[in-house]
Write a protein that binds this ligand. Sequence first.
Ligand SMILES: [Cu+2]
Length: 180
Amino acid sequence: MKNYKVKLIFLFFICIVFTLVSCTSEKATESKMESRTENLDRFREIVKERNTYSRDTVHLILMCDDTIEFDQSEISVNEGQYVILMFGHLEEKVNSKVRHNFVLLSQGVIIEDFKIKAANAEKTEYVPANSENVIISTGLMGGGSSEFISFDAPPKGTYDYICSVPWHPHGAMVGKFIVK
Ligand SMILES: [Cu+2]
């Protein structure tokens, strides 16, 4: 009988612990989702505010989070357009652990070769200084941060964009930047 009681008490505690754990993780997911929506709304507002150029301008938003991926694997613009690109990290600042950048590579650059040069350029946030391999790049973004870059679309063609943080420029942290 005593043994039965002990088992019952143990089971009761297990249930309490399980309930507590599941509540906490649900809450964490919820607040992460809120922060994503808030961030995205804020980013969209900034882009709208900047939409005052008389030139043929294209506004792009590229996002990342704590996973090793960009939210888009292909971006298209037209030749002659002025490109304003916002690169943002959707994760909450406090909890974010993974930083990323956006690097648009010149045509013909072999990603595998560039990866090695980038890995050795830690001091310049994994973008080799004055490199003719790079058309434009952002700094490293952590959770909640964003950066605008603007540039003239390069000549017609297909270019690669990557995150050059070591181990990132593969799979989903590589995309095509197409100029039509
Ligand atoms: Cu990355």
